[in-house]
Design a protein around this ligand. Structure first.
Ligand code: SF4
Ligand code: FES
Length: 388
């Protein structure tokens, strides 16, 4: 019998294909090709396995999940199995008939991301002409189909001055939930950090904008706010702790504790093509590596927040100090914190404006820019042996 409670939710990355090219995409720099993707039957089998261990919710994501022509089939199966489905989409490939078909198939919820408040800057950031207006149209179709809508607003130095207008736009589209999230700097975000990291003054102003909007929209919309790590005093409890509440399945079926975990060399992530989901969740070596508190170094080991933030983010620790087992440098108690905060402040002031768009064609450039090639050749430097 399993001792580990089941994950609360699964992030199913149905594909890495996407018409948008956002420079902060949370996908790994190493994108999976279409030929590697799980089949319809394999995704449906995953839903069955997930339900069997007690998972209640699946986020259908990507890349862009509507690229998959079998999305309705997957949603129908999830509904029959009894799993709640949330579609996380850029929306630009949807038309009204498909929104209605997805609603009829049993889709429970839709999340649409917006890059800015106006078409010009929004389409520039997403790298897709006409995207912003299309998203607005789809948001209206989603509400007309009776589906609840969440609007995601990813913010950074190049759009933070429009945050108030972005929130207003989301509220005007009848979004009941608005997620304002500062870019997380791993994957493509790390590659483009110099162009995206906000100034400290921008972050302070954004905090005020969110507080004012929360008060004004009370009763109409809930605003979730993810603060930027680099200026934080304490880290976020990334994923609610490594392999404690969530898991991600990549387009090719690899099972990860978080969407960026594959960036950590030295860990072997298993595939649902090779091993049942329940076994991977319960006993996979990579899942156990940072689960709980036994792996923690000082200062986490003796910190009274160790079961609140679980030492922060493993992927960020690796990305910033080359050691996934280190205290997240976002924490003010990390020996690396001051250097990281100074780096962010410096990059934000330099004012780099151009970025490397996410695409299959720019993977090599991104790999070089993020230093992944060099680090991947030294996995022993990234993951020290397990404690004890
Ligand atoms: Fe969290 Fe570790 Fe910092 Fe304590 S020392 S606040 S457990 S990251
Ligand atoms: Fe992987 Fe935070 S994104 S642990």
């Amino acid at each position: 019998m399993s001792l580990m409670p089941p994950p609360l939710a699964i992030l199913a990355e149905l594909t890495h294909r996407c018409p948008l090219r956002c420079p902060y995409c949370s996908n790994p720099v190493e994108l999976a090709r279409a030929r590697e993707e799980l089949s319809t039957d394999e995704w449906i089998d995953l839903m069955r396995q997930a339900a069997a261990i007690g998972v209640l919710q699946v986020h259908l994501s990507g890349g862009e999940p509507t690229v998959r022509k079998d999305l309705e089939q997957i949603v129908t199966a999830a509904r029959e199995i009894g799993i709640y489905t949330n579609l996380i989409t850029s929306a630009v490939l949807l038309d009204q008939a498909r929104v209605e078909a997805l609603a009829a198939a049993g889709l429970d919820h839709v999340q649409i991301s917006f890059q800015d408040s106006e078409p010009g800057p929004a389409d520039r950031i997403g790298g897709y002409a006409g995207g912003h207006e299309k998203k607005r149209a789809v948001a209206a179709w989603v509400r007309a189909a009776g589906l609840p809508l969440t609007v995601n607003l990813v913010v950074h130095r190049q759009n933070l001055s429009h945050l108030g207008a972005m929130i207003e736009m989301a509220a005007s589209m009848d979004a009941r939930r608005i997620e304002v999230a500062h870019v997380q700097y791993y994957g493509w975000g790390l590659v483009n950090r110099a162009a995206l990291v906000p100034t400290r003054a921008q972050v302070a102003a954004a905090d005020d904008v969110v507080a004012e909007a929360r008060a004004r929209l009370e009763g109409r919309a809930v605003i979730d706010y993810v603060v930027p790590d680099y200026y934080a005093r304490r880290p976020k409890p990334c994923m609610g702790g490594w392999a404690r509440q969530f898991l991600t399945v990549t387009p090719a079926g690899k099972v990860l504790p978080c969407h960026a975990a594959d960036s950590i060399p030295g860990l072997v992530f298993e595939s649902i093509r090779e091993r049942p989901l329940a076994e991977i969740w319960e006993s996979s070596e990579a899942f156990r590596r940072f689960r709980g508190t036994d792996w923690m170094p000082e200062p986490c080991r003796s910190c009274d927040r160790r079961e609140i933030d679980w030492g922060g983010c493993r992927c960020q620790a690796f990305a910033l100090v080359g050691d996934a087992a280190a205290t997240d440098p976002a924490c003010g108690l990390s020996p690396h914190h001051a250097r990281i905060a100074a780096l962010a402040a410096r990059e934000s002031e330099v004012g780099e404006g151009s970025f490397l768009y996410r695409s299959f064609a720019t993977v090599d450039e991104a790999r070089a820019a993020s230093g992944l090639t060099r680090d991947r050749e030294r996995p022993e430097a990234a993951v020290p042996p397990a404690p004890g």
